[in-house]
Design a protein around this ligand. Structure first.
Ligand SMILES: [Zn+2]
Length: 110
């Protein structure tokens, strides 16, 4: 069952599952649903060489910044049970659809 759209959202805590940062946890800073990519704090950090630009008060050197990861390379860390988990969906009493942890059935969305 392929899900085209990831259920990862901004400010979720996720764990990286593949690549050089596998096992690293971080907060989701940005989500790009159109590209199915997420930007995770401290994960997939790349070095960027910048030229000095005194007019803009930019010092030259190597800047470190995060690059987006594909959403399939991260997994949600459940805020309830702390496990990495897949996300399910559930309708709650007032008709809202919330995300739930497949492991503990805890509601991820507050
Ligand atoms: Zn859970």
């Amino acid at each position: 069952m392929a899900r085209l759209q990831s259920s990862i959202r901004k400010n979720d805590t996720v764990i990286v599952t593949t690549g050089k940062d596998a096992g690293k946890r971080g907060r989701v800073l940005q989500v790009h649903p159109d590209k199915n990519r997420v930007l995770v704090e401290g994960a997939n950090v790349i070095s960027r060489h910048t030229r000095p630009n005194p007019g803009k008060n930019v010092k030259g050197g190597i800047m470190k910044r995060e690059a987006p990861l594909h959403a399939s390379n991260v997994q949600l860390v459940c805020p309830e049970c702390g496990a990495r988990t897949r996300i399910g969906h559930k309708l709650v009493g007032d008709g809202r659809k919330v995300r739930v942890c497949r492991k503990c059935e805890g509601v991820v969305d507050k």
